[in-house]
Design a protein around this ligand. Structure first.
Ligand code: PRP
Ligand code: URA
Length: 206
């Protein structure tokens, strides 16, 4: 299941983030802002439990989030979404997965993993701005499930039909939230029209 979040503010911010003349500072801010909109949608159905809260006047029937949220950015570019999501879910625990695409094969190479312990009610949210071939996301989700996480959600800013199909085929239970499903991949497995190399634009490495 995938959801393309087409809120007008998301579309506006996405137009700025795609612009090749947008520098790292604004790029980072926009990636954070779009991430919040996507997480807002992605977390719409998470379980809540009833709690009584004493207002100055009486008891109010309220709700607290019941699940433990675990944010898992895929290094490097996922780091660009992390601050925004910890603003939204301050109690989230955080796991890190280091992964890069081999330039020749476009296959993911895993180089780091540090995840918190999975609990029965944990919801792991994989965050990465780009879903291209889908190799990195599939490898990340597979790894996270092997560590005991049963509920996994994928949030990516820009995706494409190839990446969505790959993730859906490997992990049909994992909902995908994205701000745009772009046209296709180019011969180097970059998304078209895309936004270029997310990691380089976030961290100014090119
Ligand atoms: C990018 C991106 C994803 C991956 C997507 O990372 O952040 O992790 O590529 O491509 P895929 O769907 O084809 O696997 P990259 O390998 O460039 O590493 P970086 O974040 O360190 O720049
Ligand atoms: N990684 C990126 O940063 N951009 C793409 O278009 C594809 C993979």
């Amino acid at each position: 299941m995938y959801t393309e979040v087409k809120h007008p503010l998301v579309q506006h911010k996405l137009s700025l983030v795609r612009d090749k003349d947008t520098g790292s500072k604004l790029f980072r801010e926009l990636i954070g802002e779009i991430s919040k909109f996507l997480a807002y949608e992605a977390l719409r159905e998470i379980p809540v439990k009833p709690v009584d809260v004493e207002t100055p006047l009486e008891t109010a029937k309220c709700h607290h989030v019941e699940s433990e949220i675990v944010l898992v950015p895929i290094l490097r570019a996922g780091i660009g979404m992390l601050d925004a999501l910890t603003d939204l879910v301050p109690n989230a625990r955080i796991g890190f997965l280091g992964m890069y695409r081999d330039h020749a094969t476009s296959k993911p190479v895993e180089y780091y993993s540090k995840l918190p312990e999975a609990k029965d009610d944990s919801v792991a949210i994989v965050i990465d701005p780009m879903l291209a071939t889908g190799g990195s996301s599939v490898a990340a989700i597979t790894h996270i499930k092997e560590q005991g996480f049963k509920n996994v959600i994928l949030i990516c800013i820009v995706s494409c039909p190839e990446g969505i199909a790959t993730v859906e085929s490997a992990h049909p239970d994992v909902p995908i939230y994205t701000a745009s499903i772009d046209r296709c991949l180019n011969s180097h497995n970059y998304i078209l029209p895309g936004l270029g190399d997310a990691g380089d634009r976030l961290f100014g490495t090119k």
